[in-house]
Design a protein. Structure first.
Length: 298
């Protein structure tokens, strides 16, 4: 697909930030957020498509407060479920006049984590909480209104931009004398840069349907935290190391239940890409190096 204009929702988030940094020169990226485009308004979405006439819409907007969603189901459904449907309907209408592709971002939380092998895109979803259920609703609405859309499930996203596990751990490691991190939830940490680069390549290769995209490899949150400390200390982001203890999820109760195993099979994605996705430690090292350099410049 030849791109001239791309409209991105949720542009102030981690993925939106990385999409803006990785966009191909010569392609105009229209970055929107909740202040400039209300994705719960069909009229506003339609007006934006008519105004900008993009060849590609990337819906990176989402209600991502997993625990808060348990008590805020209405808003989570509006943003994660129904808004995705409104965007898909508007893109479908726009397709009558100009070919327009939609990329919608979803999550590993559509799975219950009960299996021990990586989830294929065709695996039956079974979300454990409101966040996963509303994201699944978004997937279903997008598929119903726009079967040609590309839906990408990702996991454990982090970036130098915004709030995420990596930056929280770095802060805790500077403020606290020790940490306890759960070891019985396993998944694949993903640098938002990996996801952004993959989106551009998948669109170029006309990918459609549901695909999985995360960095390669497997880790528990405990493994992830220990590696963050090792790499940050090596780079000088941390002046000292603190003890990190593995704890069970039951010792750290949260309003939302998380899947114990949410590793996803990415083989079909890599077939489209024509290359292997990076190993999660390699991506983490690159992100922390970037963070170190930005701190020095500041």
């Amino acid at each position: 697909m030849k791109l001239h204009k791309v409209l991105v929702t949720g542009a102030n988030g981690q993925l939106g930030y990385e999409l803006q940094r990785t966009v191909v020169p010569g392609v105009e990226l229209i970055a929107t957020d909740y202040q400039t485009l209300d994705i719960t308004s069909s009229a506003q979405i339609t007006a934006a498509l008519e105004q900008y006439q993009p060849e590609l819409v990337i819906n990176a907007a989402a209600y991502t407060a997993v625990d808060k969603a348990e008590s805020d189901q209405v808003n989570a459904q509006r943003l994660n479920g129904d808004a995705a449907g409104l965007i898909a309907q508007a893109v479908a209408r726009a397709n009558q006049y100009k070919p327009t592709q939609l990329v919608h971002i979803s999550t590993d939380f559509v799975f219950d984590g009960a299996q021990s092998l990586p989830y294929l895109p065709a695996a039956a979803p079974k979300p454990l909480g409101v966040y996963g259920a509303t994201k699944l609703s978004g997937e279903q609405q997008v598929q119903a209104y726009l079967p040609t859309a590309l839906i990408i499930r990702t996991s454990w996203l982090y970036s130098t931009h915004g709030n995420n596990f990596v930056k929280s751990m770095l802060r805790f490691m500077q403020e606290r004398e020790q940490l306890g991190v759960v070891y019985d939830q396993v998944g694949s940490p993903t640098w938002a840069r990996t996801l952004a680069n993959s989106i551009w390549a998948l669109v170029e290769n006309n990918a459609q349907g549901i695909l999985h995209c995360s960095d390669n490899g497997v880790a528990s949150w405990y493994d992830f935290a220990v590696t963050i400390q090792e790499e940050a200390y090596r780079l000088g982001l941390l002046k000292q190391r603190i003890p990190i203890h593995p704890i069970r999820s039951s010792a750290y109760p949260t309003p939302a239940e998380r899947p114990a195993f949410s590793v996803m099979d990415k083989s079909r994605t890599e077939e489209y890409l024509g290359y292997r996705l990076p190993y999660w430690r390699t991506s983490l090292q690159a992100m922390l190096t970037e963070l170190t350099e930005s701190n020095h410049q500041a």
